[in-house]
Design a protein around this ligand. Structure first.
Ligand SMILES: CC(C)(COP(=O)(O)OP(=O)(O)OC[C@H]1O[C@@H](n2cnc3c(N)ncnc32)[C@H](O)[C@@H]1OP(=O)(O)O)[C@@H](O)C(=O)NCCC(=O)NCCS
Length: 159
């Protein structure tokens, strides 16, 4: 099992490079991102944001190119879905028993999210400004973004 931790300032360049490889960027302050690490090696990164007591949005998510198809992405995603508030720097007043996690997948990544329990949804389901984020984007034709959501139920034992 790889370690999942919050990123530190020292890891900013490494994570930025990982995202840049996919035409992506850090989604906020480096310390708001989480990493999957094996020793000192960064295998994956993500940023999850809590929008409300029953709503989270995954802003960015990627696995390093040499780590694909080894279950690393699924490990990170499932952990985020299980205890989302543990991986958000912006904390709210608790989490409802049932909560929704949304994201916008690049078209290529949609099957990965589906494999992990997400379903495609209308962009109008997403919170502002995520519902509008792709409207004016010049990369929309190539990216083929898909709005996605999953409804989760709290586990009884929480850390
Ligand atoms: C999508 C991504 C996160 C998957 O990470 P991963 O660690 O390889 O995923 P896992 O090993 O847990 O699961 C892989 C499974 O997801 C699905 N999957 C992953 N990428 C896929 C793709 N491009 N097309 C179709 N299915 C895909 C397949 O079912 C695959 O199963 P397989 O390994 O038996 O073929 C990774 O490919 C990535 O970082 N891509 C670039 C950035 C990106 O698209 N991020 C998503 C947010 S936009």
């Amino acid at each position: 099992m790889n370690e999942i931790t919050f990123a530190t300032r020292e890891e900013e360049e490494t994570l930025q490079d990982l995202f840049t490889g996919y035409g992506m960027a850090l989604a906020g302050d480096i310390e708001e991102h989480v990493l999957v690490k094996a020793g000192h090696k960064v295998l994956a990164g993500a940023m999850l944001s809590q929008i409300d007591t029953n709503l989270f949005h995954l802003l960015v998510f990627a696995v390093s190119k040499d780590g694909h198809h080894q279950g690393i992405g699924s490990q990170l995603l499932q952990e985020l879905l299980k205890k989302p508030e543990n991986y958000c720097r912006t904390s709210f007043d608790g989490v409802d028993e049932t909560y929704t996690v949304t994201t916008v997948a690049k078209g290529d990544a949609a099957p990965f999210y589906q494999k992990n329990g997400f379903a495609a949804c209308d962009f109008s389901v997403l919170a502002y400004p995520f519902d509008e984020q792709c409207e004016e984007c010049p990369d929309k034709q190539d990216c083929k973004p898909v709005a996605m959501m999953i409804e989760c139920h709290q586990y009884k034992e929480r850390k």
